[in-house]
Design a protein around this ligand. Structure first.
Ligand code: SF4
Ligand code: SF4
Length: 80
């Protein structure tokens, strides 16, 4: 796990898969408070600047709505 916001991947919520649960279990499991939702019936989004990179949320969402997208090796090299 690296510092908040410094990860070789980003996490997103797939809006078609997310069931807009009244209580987001993935968000509840996030100890970094990186899940943000403005309306209870919206999909949450993940503030990667807060994320610790533990990936717990990817296994906690029962519908697999949390998606991990790895940055390519080229992008990592470019980013230093
Ligand atoms: S991310 Fe998963 S747990 Fe959270 S509201 Fe969407 S479907 Fe429900
Ligand atoms: S990877 Fe960990 S810190 Fe980042 S959003 Fe998921 S549960 Fe929160």
């Amino acid at each position: 796990m690296s510092a908040a916001g410094n990860h070789p991947f980003k996490l997103t919520i797939d809006d078609d898969t997310c069931r807009h649960c009244r209580r987001c279990m993935a968000g509840d499991a996030c100890r970094a408070n990186a899940f943000v939702r403005f309306e209870y019936d919206d999909s949450p989004f993940i503030d990667m600047s807060r994320c610790w990179g533990c990936l717990i949320c990817t296994s906690v969402c029962p519908f697999g709505a949390v998606r991990r997208e790895d940055y390519g090796a080229e992008a990592r090299t470019f980013a230093g």
